[in-house]
Write a protein that binds this ligand. Structure first.
Ligand code: MN
Ligand code: MN
Length: 298
């Protein structure tokens, strides 16, 4: 069985970008600058972003990226998650890390990193995904933290971030097994023990993806949808990536209409349900018969 080499190319690019970014991020940095820098670096290294660079702060767990005129800035006391997706010809590397600017959460961040490593160390073909969830859940609780139970890792496929198999962050019965030489993202999200341990949808939506290539009979909207297909296929994107073809003030309205017309799906920003802080680490892995290859090894 062969894994397409482009998975490893994407992994190398993502690793380099994360390493550089982790060194550079500081209090006072604009979230918008972090996102554009990450996305620019990916392109400079010969890849393409598989989704907009996610920068999720404190109780925002996932699905936030800078908006067009985003003014938000990393503050002293923040816990910052940076989630980077790279693809080469649609073959994806998905990886994330957390930086703490708040000593109260250093332990949470360390624990999440350790739990990811524990989970990865048990990855191989034939392991039940629920057993990985079990290790994550136990690893979290023995360190005094709680996993987010409604976020999970996932199978990756070409041009497809969620390939139909989830890797839960808690124990689940009767789950499928990892297949050797498929590609998966493992991503524990942990919160404090007094957290709800689940995320809920925020009202904000800043990330979208094409559902299908359906025309809705509005010339401008159909043109935009076709351009989205040409640029991103079914991978997630954000309004920032369309400023060269849509008036800045119109983008959101048009995207909303395409969501209403079921041409696009929107990914709401996800918040820890009780407002507690969340840490996340993620790597992309390939199970073999006897072990694991990490494509985003940094
Ligand atoms: Mn990710
Ligand atoms: Mn992921």
């Amino acid at each position: 069985m062969k894994v397409p080499q482009d998975y490893f190319k994407a992994g190398k690019i993502a690793s380099k970008v994360c390493k550089e970014t982790a060194k550079g991020v500081a209090i006072g940095d604009k979230v918008l600058d972090i996102c554009t820098k990450v996305e620019g670096m990916i392109k400079g290294l010969g890849g393409a972003p598989a989704f907009p660079c996610n920068v999720c702060i404190n109780s925002i767990a996932a699905h936030y990226t800078a908006e067009i005129d985003d003014e938000s800035v990393i503050q002293d006391g923040d816990v910052v998650k940076i989630d980077v997706g790279v693809h080469v010809k649609g073959f994806i590397a998905d990886t994330a890390f957390t930086i703490s600017f708040n000593p109260n959460y250093n332990e949470l961040v360390m624990a999440t990193k350790d739990v990811l490593n524990e989970a990865i160390s048990m990855v191989r073909g034939g392991i039940k995904v629920g057993d990985i969830g079990h290790v994550i859940e136990n690893g979290a609780s023995k360190r005094g933290f709680r996993p987010i139970s409604n976020l999970s890792g996932h199978l990756l496929k070409q041009y497809c971030i969620h390939g139909g198999v989830s890797i839960p962050n808690v124990w689940v019965a009767n789950t499928p097994s990892l297949k050797a030489y498929e590609v998966y993202a493992v991503e524990p999200f942990l919160t404090t023990s007094d957290g709800a341990g689940i995320v809920r949808d925020d009202r904000r939506e800043v990330i979208y993806a094409l559902i299908g290539r359906r025309k809705i009979g509005d010339k401008k909207l159909d043109f935009l949808a076709e351009e989205i297909w040409n640029r991103f296929k079914t991978l997630p994107f954000t309004a920032r990536w369309l400023t060269d073809i849509v008036e800045k003030d119109e983008t959101k309205k048009m995207l909303k209409k395409l969501v209403k017309g079921k041409v696009l799906r929107a990914y709401p920003v996800l918040l820890e349900a009780s407002g507690r802080y969340v840490a996340q680490f993620e790597k992309t892995v390939v199970p073999t018969e006897s072990g694991v290859i990490v494509t985003t090894d940094y």
